[in-house]
Design a protein around this ligand. Structure first.
Ligand SMILES: [Fe+2]
Length: 214
C-alpha cells in the first residue's frame, strides 16, 4: 500500500512529523466509533481540536519556517477508514483571501490555524426548503489565532467560509468523508450562491441557493 502521508517535508522537524502522526491516530480512533448525535460529536471534535491546538501552541506541530506551499490545497494524509476516508490537508491563505461559502455533505471536519490568523464565518444547516437551496442560521464569526479551531457537523456549523487575516496564514483541515453513512450523490464540499441569498423566515436565517455539482 502506498504511503498515506505526503508533503511531510513541509513540517518543521521530526517532532512536528511525530505530532502529525499522533493527530492522525487520534482522528482514526474518532472514526472507529463516531458517537451518536451532534452534541457528542461536537464534544469529540472539540477534544481533537484541543489536542491539536496544544501541539500548535506548544510549538510541536508547526511548519518549516517560510515553507513554500505548492498549491491552494496541500495533502498531508489520506487513507481509507472502515467507513469512509480520512484526509488531512493544508489551506494557505493570504491576507484578504477567502474560501467561498460552502456546505459539507456526509462530511465531518475540523479547521485549525497553524500560522497567521483567520476569520471563520459559520452557519448551521436548518433544512432544504427546495432541492436547490439551503436554509441556514447565522452562528456568527470568530477570529482564530494559531492553535484555535472550528468544526463542522451534518447540521451544526455545516456551512462556513474562511478568510485569511494575515499573509502566510495556513489552516490545517481534517475531514472524515463518508463516515456518517448519508446517501449522498455528491459528498464533500458544495459551494453556495451567496450573492443570491435572501432573508429566511426569521431573524438570523437565510435561504441560499446551492450550486449544482457537475
Ligand atoms: Fe469547509
Amino acid at each position: 500500500m502506498s504511503d498515506p502521508f505526503r508533503n511531510t517535508d513541509l513540517l518543521a522537524d521530526a517532532d512536528a512529523r511525530q505530532a502529525l502522526g499522533r493527530l492522525v491516530e487520534t482522528c482514526r480512533r474518532f472514526a472507529d466509533a463516531v458517537p451518536e448525535g451532534e452534541p457528542a460529536q461536537a464534544a469529540a471534535l472539540e477534544h481533537i481540536l484541543e489536542i491539536a491546538g496544544t501541539e500548535v501552541r506548544g510549538g510541536t506541530l508547526r511548519l518549516a519556517p517560510a515553507a513554500a506551499l505548492p498549491g491552494p490545497v496541500v495533502r498531508l494524509y489520506k487513507a481509507p477508514l472502515a467507513r469512509g476516508r480520512l484526509k488531512l490537508q493544508l489551506f494557505p491563505l493570504a491576507r484578504g483571501e477567502a474560501h467561498p461559502p460552502h456546505a459539507h455533505h456526509d462530511l465531518l471536519s475540523c479547521q485549525l490555524v497553524l500560522s497567521g490568523a483567520a476569520r471563520m464565518y459559520e452557519y448551521s444547516l436548518l433544512g432544504r426548503p427546495d432541492p436547490a437551496s439551503v436554509e441556514v442560521r447565522e452562528e456568527g464569526a470568530r477570529t482564530l489565532a494559531p492553535g484555535d479551531g472550528v468544526f463542522t457537523l451534518a447540521r451544526r456549523n455545516n456551512i462556513h467560509w474562511q478568510e485569511g487575516l494575515a499573509d502566510g496564514t495556513v489552516l490545517l483541515n481534517v475531514n472524515w468523508q463518508g463516515c456518517l453513512g448519508q446517501a449522498e450523490a455528491a459528498p464533500g464540499r458544495r459551494y453556495l450562491d451567496w450573492e443570491n441569498r435572501r432573508p429566511g423566515p426569521a431573524e438570523g436565517r437565510l435561504i441560499v441557493p446551492e450550486r449544482t455539482v457537475a
